[in-house]
Design a binder for this molecule. Sequence first.
Ligand SMILES: Cc1cc2nc3c(=O)[nH]c(=O)nc-3n(C[C@H](O)[C@H](O)[C@H](O)COP(=O)(O)O)c2cc1C
Length: 495
Amino acid sequence: MLTNKTIVLGITGGIAAYKAADIASKLTQAGARVEVIMTESATKFIIPLTLRNITGRAVVTDMFELASEFSVEHVALADAADVVAIAPATANTIASLAAGIADDMLGCIVLATRAPIVVAPSMDVNMFENPITQENLSKLKARGFTIVDPAYGRMASGKVGLGRLAETETIIGTIKQMLGRNGDLAGKRITVTAGGTQEPIDPVRHIGNRSSGKMGYAVAEAARDRGAAVSLITTPTCLPEPVGVEVIHVQTVSEMREAVIKATARADALIMAAAVADYKPKSVAKAKIKKDSPSLTLELVRTPDILAEVKGNFIKVGFAAESEDTIDNARRKLQEKQLDLIVANDITSPDSGFGVDTNKVTLIDRDGKVESLPLLTKREVADKILDRVVEFLAKKPPLQRIEFSLWPPSSTERYKRINIPEDVRHLFPEDKVPFLIETDIGTFSVCVKRHENTPSHIHLRRTNWFKAHPELKAGDKVAIEVIEPMKKYRLKVGI
Ligand SMILES: Cc1cc2nc3c(=O)[nH]c(=O)nc-3n(C[C@H](O)[C@H](O)[C@H](O)COP(=O)(O)O)c2cc1C
């Protein structure tokens, strides 16, 4: 995704300036054209020659020197940039950017560019926590700059606190997120599950599986890089949390089920890459099971089939990790679980499936189209899956969707209600005729009510839905989508 992208990397005079070499190197290796601008102070910490060799490009250190093609026209780089990233950013540079000062090349470029600007502060904890620095950072945030918060840890001064430059992966992840913000999934919400569920046997043991989570994490990152708002529901893994993704941690199938139901209430697509246990111990021992007896029998019971159970107006993608009859088994799952797409992989192959960075999969869709892909990296597989999701989303007929404001509670009413204006009343069943409404905490049977002197309204009083959303205030907007007229609707918050 970084190929043909121009990243202007601003390096300023902080102790972490040497880490910019790693950032420049990883961006260059990923295919980006990295144009480095160093402040004069930065050149005291790391020499421009290092960056020149890493990026293969001239490094701009002086606005008035004509060594670089970009020095001739001092704002040319501003136009060329897809993203401007400043890492590390000193307190001094942050202050000067907040004040709009343009007395060096970096200041000019920041003022002149229309590209997103990423700032990764790095400084002594007291400098960082100083209200002046905080105020300057708030100013930049308010102006649309993206701040990559520094990490907590030991500083060069020996102090411990907030101020260390964020990890290279975090900074690059943020740059990718900025690059993808107008991608083909912009404005879409994608829920991804990853990892292998863990079903406890006793307080120290569980039944797990060999899923590393790599495939799901790759899908989450790829969706983020294409502009989607991603919720990643993950079991414990050894992988770093992707930047710019909402990460929801779960362990068991039932926790994952709950999280999926909640997330899909507003999702456009669900991609279930997690390896979900089919069985769990019937009971969990309260204390650690001792090795007293020569054998031990665990009684297992079926877990819920999340993918088959969750339904709604979203694209549903499943994975079929199979060790035999891969395609036939995958086809059967596609039908049984009413999926739009299934990703079948033969886990017996050593370079495909669990743990490794590559995967060889076959995509089978609801129209019967079968596409066998060659051995690819998991990131490449993720993008192939998302290509198909984009196609399906384009075909999806838009749902009839009505926006409502929550009605203020009266002195006698404990819960807010949703008033139905007369012009959309016909989209709902008659008064007191029950219908289903899907929400992020479950599906409820409700009906439209009307009392004397009140407009028609939906009361979710008995469902505890409002209790689950204490953040909602009267006047907040919610939307109701018609899934099946007169029978089934979906309530969406956070619109
Ligand atoms: C050894 C040394 C280390 C420094 N480290 C930092 C630092 O990590 N962060 C910071 O904000 N300033 C640091 N400074 C102060 C900056 O170098 C100084 O404010 C300089 O004017 C920054 O210039 P620039 O923002 O144009 O790069 C350091 C100074 C010295 C002498």
